[in-house]
Design a protein around this ligand. Structure first.
Ligand code: NAD
Length: 468
């Protein structure tokens, strides 16, 4: 943990850690798969040993229920660790490539080499997994790394510092806690790669800073992820899955369904099933949701006020709260809330909601629904709930999204085989498994000649070459 007293201290400390890491990077690059796996196992063991402390830190940060920490953070981390351990030996091997006839006598292959010193900037909403999962991939690819956790979840940030301090020397992995000032100071260093998870607005700042150093970037951003529910969907199941996806972590999930476009003919059924799903999850014995210990809180009063304003503004313009709506500023509590009669001039249809508020819009012609999706930035996730294969393909062919999930929500993040990430405004570069390993690697092309010479390419050129 760094003790920093002034801006000068901050810059000096960052520079000295960065220099130490840059010197150590060459040694890390030479590590074998077994040596990297040993480091990754260290992380896994620490997590197993300190699961309660991790849960406690996030409870203190925003009352994240312990079970949600285990399910949504640690399960996803453990599966990525196991997957990486299982496949790393293979990923690190040189990959042979085909040779065109004209280059006969040569062989070509890709060797994944570490990028070097990498910076991982993490958000607050899944503050542990979104800092440590990229670290697993960075180590797998043979890099040294600095992590900058979010200042909005200070207890988790402290725990991450402690964990890294116990597991790694500073020249291999280090943590700088703090806010945008610390991030900005870090971004002045010539990192070889920056892996940023956060908002599109800060993503732009990060990419601008990276451009100055020509550092490569992975941007895992956010935005409005729509869900389309058509008239053939299994309404009960869809409502349950979307209700869970909207309410888990109190709606503060980058891939939470942001708004729903439901076919007019099934809207009433959908709303009824959504209400029932919320009650089943959070209203045992008919108690109010605020008493549920399975329901997290909005991370701070700034975000609470932002969400309250979104609802107030929508209602002032004619939207109707048709479920929930209860808010308690003293504990940053917002009940799962449905807004109907939402129109595109309302702020809630422009910014990422990031809270348990669901605008439900209706359509009768699928193209109208697709127009609503397509007039916005390309989403991180698009959810399609339908039992009609043609409709599903129609939607996929006429939209673009980082990932698309059919008849489910959120769980695609946990499949290490699937590329996870956005497109344009929702980010670029993909994470999970081999995709993360690739993000943290330079795909070095190597060609070797074993026999033959292409004398014909040397001057003086002959007619044969001129006609090639
Ligand atoms: P944020 O962009 O405000 O902050 C992310 C990180 O950037 C934090 O560590 C913060 O300290 C740092 N930061 C803030 N201002 C900065 C600046 N000016 N310069 C440099 N660094 C700065 O995001 P957040 O509020 O922590 O997280 C919510 C956002 O993250 C949402 O948009 C959500 O969709 C997105 N998100 C995306 C993913 C994904 O995998 N694609 C996952 C989780 C969250």
């Amino acid at each position: 943990m760094h003790t920093i007293f002034s801006a000068n201290d901050l810059h000096d400390t960052i520079r000295s850690v960065f220099t130490a890491q840059r010197q150590h990077a060459a040694q890390m690059a030479l590590t074998t798969a077994a040596q990297r796996i040993e480091r990754i196992r260290r992380i896994g063991k620490w997590v197993d040993k300190h699961e309660e402390a991790i849960q406690q830190a996030m409870y203190e940060d925003f009352r994240k229920p312990a079970a949600e920490v285990s399910l949504a953070e640690l399960m996803a981390l453990r599966s990525e660790i196991n997957y990486t351990i299982q496949h790393l030996g293979n990923w690190m091997k040189s990959h042979r490539l085909p040779t065109p006839t004209v280059l006969i006598g040569t062989k070509s292959y890709i060797r994944y080499e570490p990028k070097g010193v990498v910076l991982i900037i993490a958000p607050w909403n899944y503050p542990f997994v979104l800092a440590i999962r990229p670290l697993v991939s960075a180590i797998a690819a043979g890099n040294v790394a600095i992590i900058k956790p979010s200042e909005l979840t200070p207890n988790t940030a402290k725990l991450i510092s402690r964990m890294i301090e116990e597991l790694f020397p500073v020249e291999e992995v280090d943590v700088f806690e703090g806010d945008a000032e610390v991030s900005t100071a870090l971004l002045e260093m010539p990192f070889n790669h920056i892996f940023f998870t956060g908002s599109p607005a800060v993503g732009r700042v990060v990419m601008t800073a990276a451009a100055k150093q020509l550092a490569s970037v992975t941007l895992e951003l956010g935005g409005k992820s729509p869900a389309i529910v058509d008239e053939t969907a299994n309404i009960k199941q869809s409502a349950e899955r979307l209700a869970w996806g909207k309410c888990v972590n109190n709606g503060q999930t980058c891939i939470a369904p942001d708004y729903v476009l439901v076919h007019q003919s099934v809207k009433d059924n959908f709303l009824q099933a959504f209400r029932a799903a919320v009650s089943a999850m959070y209203r045992g014995d008919n108690k109010p949701v605020v008493d549920s210990d399975s329901y997290a809180r909005i991370v701070n009063s700034r975000h609470f006020e932002r969400l309250r304003n979104l609802v107030d503004e929508a209602v002032a313009k004619g939207a109707v709260v048709s479920m929930g709506g209860t808010m308690d500023a003293s504990q940053n509590f917002i009940e799962p809330t449905i807004l109907e009669r939402v129109t595109s001039d309302m702020l809630i249809m422009h910014e990422e909601i990031f809270g348990p508020i669901l605008p439900v819009l209706t359509y009768t012609d699928l193209d109208e629904a697709l127009a609503v999706v397509n007039e916005r930035d390309k989403p991180l996730a698009l959810y399609i709930h339908s039992r009609n294969r043609q409709t599903i393909d129609y939607i996929i062919n006429r939209t673009s999204a980082g990932d698309t999930v059919i008849n489910e929500t959120l769980i695609h993040f946990s499949n290490s085989e699937l590329p996870f990430g956005g497109v344009n405004n929702s980010g670029f570069g993909k994470s999970n498994g081999f995709f993360s390993f690739q993000e943290f690697s330079n795909h070095r092309g190597i060609m070797q000649r074993d026999f033959g010479t292409m004398k014909f390419i040397y001057p003086p050129y002959t007619d044969t070459v001129r006609k090639l």
